[in-house]
Design a binder for this molecule. Structure first.
Ligand SMILES: Cc1cc2nc3c(=O)[nH]c(=O)nc-3n(C[C@H](O)[C@H](O)[C@H](O)COP(=O)(O)O)c2cc1C
Length: 348
């Protein structure tokens, strides 16, 4: 993956690469996400016939060929002219679940067309309920089966790496980034946003989970849960799924990797709803470890954005292909023939 990262760095203006690269504060949580996987050794079993090892995964009644999914990442036309459309074509070609950001630079209807089916739609809550509801209703009308509400960046963040890299950029940001911030994001068109609504992710409360559940028939997944306490409350509020995530180390600087949060959340969830995880996945072995700790879906952000920035659709496809081949190899080496067979017993 690091080769894709280098190519993306070369392909992009420093400000845009900095937006992908940044964590918060000292980027410790960003680094922790990746480092923690390296400290988890595997316990492979021997002399097991690999048979027709398959990676099939079912989430909310839909079966995917692998548990590897595309995380929602905003502003993709800042990384490649086709942006989310190229990502959708790649996800379609390689048959992966795709989540689409609220701050997508291509409209959900267009992305769905390229994807060949509706994506899962990621929600940022807006300062006004009418705007939030408008986003949800539009995604629902576009056929999106699942709403993924992101909870972890509601109170601002300190993205120093991004700011430092932006300073290296000699281009005038105002040439492209003129006007109101939200005007760059087609999902807000036609909604009653006000100048100054600027922030696209406003603080919410558990009461809003109930409100969202009432508003839509889409399944509701909460993205950004990292503790057993919140997992339990989420289930009490009737959520349909939980995504353990710290926004790729871009939310608060906890210093704690998502793979370290996953066990306590999995313990609280006890298989009652699907559990997903993302953050720091760079190898097939990482996916295997996340599955062994109780995830049923495992997401990537930066790796596919690097592929997108470097090569467009083929780059995203290649990243997916490499990770999936590595997962298959790990499964065979460990003696697990299906995702269900990957349990804690394969970890030290
Ligand atoms: C450039 C960039 C933009 C992102 N935009 C969003 C977003 O709009 N909504 C969201 O829920 N998460 C967003 N994320 C977080 C990802 O969905 C995911 O949680 C994270 O990237 C996973 O970590 P990884 O990059 O180490 O794979 C973004 C991440 C990056 C790197």
């Amino acid at each position: 993956m690091s080769e894709f990262e280098d190519l993306a760095r070369k392909a992009l203006p420093p400000a845009h690469f900095g937006y992908i690269a940044t964590g918060v504060d000292d980027d410790l949580t960003l680094q922790a996400n990746q480092e923690a996987y390296k400290r988890i050794p595997l316990r492979p079993r021997r002399l097991i016939d690999p048979g027709d090892t398959n990676m099939r995964t079912t989430l909310f009644g839909t079966t995917w060929e692998t548990p590897l999914f595309i995380c929602p990442c905003g502003s993709q036309r800042g990384f490649h002219a086709e942006g989310e459309l190229a990502t959708a074509r790649a996800a379609r070609a390689r048959r992966h679940l795709m989540m689409l950001s609220t701050v997508t630079t291509n409209a959900v209807e267009d992305v769905n067309r390229e994807y060949g089916q509706p994506v899962w739609y990621q929600l940022y809550s807006a300062p006004r309920w009418e705007v939030t509801a408008g986003l949800v209703k539009r995604a629902e009308a576009a056929g999106c089966p699942v709403l993924v509400w992101t909870l972890d960046v509601m109170n601002g963040r300190n993205t120093e790496t991004q700011k430092r890299m932006a300073r290296l950029d000699s281009r005038q940001c105002s040439n492209c980034h003129s006007g109101d911030r939200l005007s760059h994001y087609p999902m807000y068109r036609g909604l009653p946003t006000a100048p100054g609504d600027g922030s696209s992710n406003t603080p919410g409360t558990w009461e809003m989970v109930d409100r969202l559940k009432k508003l839509t028939s889409m399944k509701l997944v909460l993205k950004g849960i990292v503790t057993r306490e919140d997992a339990e409350i989420a289930i009490q509020h009737g959520v349909d799924g939980i995504a353990v995530s710290n926004h790729g180390g871009r939310a608060e600087e906890t210093g704690r990797a998502t793979i370290e949060s996953l066990p306590e959340v999995a313990e609280a969830v006890r298989g009652r709803v699907p559990l997903m995880v993302d953050g720091g996945i760079r190898r097939g072995t990482d996916i295997f470890k996340a599955l062994a700790m109780g995830a049923s879906g495992v997401g990537i952000g930066r790796p596919y954005l690097w592929g997108l920035a470097a090569f467009g659709q083929p780059g995203v496809e290649r990243v997916l292909e490499i990770l999936r081949a590595e997962l298959l190899l790990t499964m065979r080496q460990c003696g697990t023939r299906s995702i269900a067979e990957i349990t804690r017993s394969y970890l030290v």
